[in-house]
Design a protein around this ligand. Structure first.
Ligand code: PEP
Ligand code: MN
Length: 348
């Protein structure tokens, strides 16, 4: 159910509708919009008595949301969600493109700083790097853990880049949330419902990668899990799915971009690195991602990919990244967007 408040409803009226919903034993989710605030109701098994809510002051109407995902749906919030990063001009969603770049794994301070310096010079606003790696083999490099989180915090201080890194389980979630600006939930964890619920209790943006065989509905339901716990700052990321095609590591499903945008207000990024697994395919698919209307890209960059401890074959060189940025900047206006270059840190 969704309570649509009148455009002129006061904060007190919104508050008292929320309290009323709580008294009924349900959870209110106030979602401020450009014109008016809507209040999503979750926790109800069946329909809530509409008349009762409609009679409250400041309420315009009460509508049923038929989609299985409610808070992630455009029916509940028409305007695109824009995620901002306090003290900077960095944003994900809305009118500008977000570029998240960095190595698959943080391997050492030197490796991470060298890459961060390069992607910052080309104008990225976000730095990524794995501290905890979900690897197919238990014998493969598992990440440097907290040491990597510390290195990335230093990178934020030095270059202004906002930090995106993955939490792989409940234990690493709190640590990642403490150090990073965006908590990534990987493809293999997209349906780890207890992890999603815990991520919903954070007050940090959560980037959810599409599961290896997840449908559009399942992808949006993963976002709903996080939002149902009160964290509305969710970013979706297409990273390719498993198909019979074997010329790429995964099949990058760009058609999910307009599909997500039709159904949801959440930003959707594209990861052409995991999506193709091939360095030479990253730039063409990054161009296509932006042309398809994606809110940005997440790409793996490495100065010496031939000796990378993970995902070397899909990591692009810094000069390829610089070229990608130039090309995305040119494509952006064609789709009514723009590519901001560099982060302005407004306050410490
Ligand atoms: C990653 O971003 O390094 C990663 C492991 O991604 P995914 O979960 O999409 O495989
Ligand atoms: Mn990787």
């Amino acid at each position: 159910m969704l309570v649509v408040m009148k455009a002129q409803a006061t904060p007190e009226q919104i508050q008292s509708v929320c309290e009323h919903i709580e008294q009924l034993g349900f959870r209110p989710h106030p979602l401020p919009g450009a014109q008016r605030t809507a209040i999503g109701i979750t926790g109800n098994k069946g329909a809530v008595d509409r008349g009762d809510l409609e009679a409250l002051s400041g309420v315009a109407e009460v509508i049923r949301v038929s989609k299985p995902y409610k808070l992630a749906s455009r029916d509940v919030k028409e305007e695109d969600t824009v995620i901002r990063f306090a003290g900077t001009d960095a944003a994900i969603g809305g009118g500008g493109l977000a570029v998240i770049a960095g190595p698959c794994s943080i391997e050492s301070r030197e490796q991470a700083f060298e890459i961060a310096g390069q992607v910052a010079a080309s104008g990225a606003q976000f730095f990524r790097g794995g501290a905890y790696k979900p690897r197919t083999s238990p014998y493969a490099f598992q990440g440097l853990g907290v040491e990597a989180l510390r290195i990335m915090a230093e990178i934020r201080d030095r270059f202004g880049l906002r930090i995106v890194t993955e939490a792989i389980d409940n234990e690493t979630l709190d640590l990642v949330a403490e150090w990073a600006d965006v908590v990534q939930i990987g493809a293999r964890n997209m349906q780890n419902f207890s992890l999603l619920k815990r991520a919903g209790k954070l007050r940090k943006p959560v980037l959810i990668k599409r599961g290896l065989s997840a449908t559009l509905d399942e992808f949006l339901m993963a976002a709903e899990y996080v939002m149902s716990e009160g964290n509305y700052e969710v970013i979706l990321c297409e990273r390719g799915v498993r198909t019979f095609a074997d010329h790429t590591r995964n099949t990058l499903d760009l058609s999910i971009v307009p599909a997500v945008q039709r159904l949801s207000h959440l930003p959707i990024l594209v990861d052409p690195s995991h999506g193709t697994g091939k360095r030479d395919s990253v730039l063409p698919m990054a161009r296509a991602a932006i042309a398809s209307g994606a809110d940005g890209v997440l790409v793996e960059v490495h100065c010496h990919p031939e000796v990378a401890l993970s995902d070397g074959p899909q990591s692009i060189y810094p000069d390829q990244f610089a070229r990608m940025m130039d090309e995305l900047e040119q494509i952006a206006p064609v789709v009514g967007s723009k590519l901001p270059r560099g982060v302005k840190v407004l306050s410490a």
